[in-house]
Design a protein around this ligand. Sequence first.
Ligand SMILES: C[S@@+](CC[C@H](N)C(=O)[O-])C[C@H]1O[C@@H](n2cnc3c(N)ncnc32)[C@H](O)[C@@H]1O
Length: 228
Amino acid sequence: MCHLAGFQPGQQVLDVGCGVATTAVEISRRFGCHVTAIDIDPLMLGRATANVQAAGAANVTVAKADVQALEFPDAAFDRVVIEAVTMFVDRRRAAQEIVRVCRPGGRVLDHEFIYRRPPTTEIRRIFEGEVCPGISFDTADDWMLLYQHAGLTGIQHTTGPFAMMTPLGMVRDEGVGNLLAMLARVAWRRAYRRKMAWLMSRMLRVMPYLGYIVLAGTKPTAQSSRAA
Ligand SMILES: C[S@@+](CC[C@H](N)C(=O)[O-])C[C@H]1O[C@@H](n2cnc3c(N)ncnc32)[C@H](O)[C@@H]1O
């Protein structure tokens, strides 16, 4: 995602649905950007604020906002980043809002789930009905079309398998220390052990169908629109 984003020092970046602000801190630290990290959930906002403070990331501001009705003016950001959020909300509304707050010539980056092969009805029921109720996504082509309709041009994308819940994926995502701490917490309580067994039995069935897409597109300038 960072490669496709072309981050530069001093850019204004919006991280939508920032969660605990891991990506926001990383972008500020690695690229010297000013990051506005927004989320709708008070619990996430609390953790994001604590993480930003712990990291000493003075260039990251955490704020409450709903991606479906952003209170930022048009063209306020050079880059808008959204990871694992669009599939939980009204996709069209979210894409319109994200593109609206990006400046002409700026870039939008979205990182979401895809089905890499057509899911059976049973697989959809397990994942969209039981594991992640309310989630909605289809193929890489659907994500591309969504952002084309929202007005982005020059859309590039990369896709890959869903590796987050494989042993290697977890180590890469969390690091060995965090993973061991997480496993120890799960082992500690019977309710957590049962929940993990419930989740993993379903994820093992769903994972072969799942993948990710990282998509990047540019908001056209008046000049580039006229030329097209
Ligand atoms: C799966 S988490 C992803 C968090 C983070 N982007 C990451 O990749 O680690 C989804 C996040 O989207 C947030 N979210 C859900 N609906 C939202 C909305 N309408 N506006 C803003 N954030 C939202 C949730 O609170 C949660 O933090």
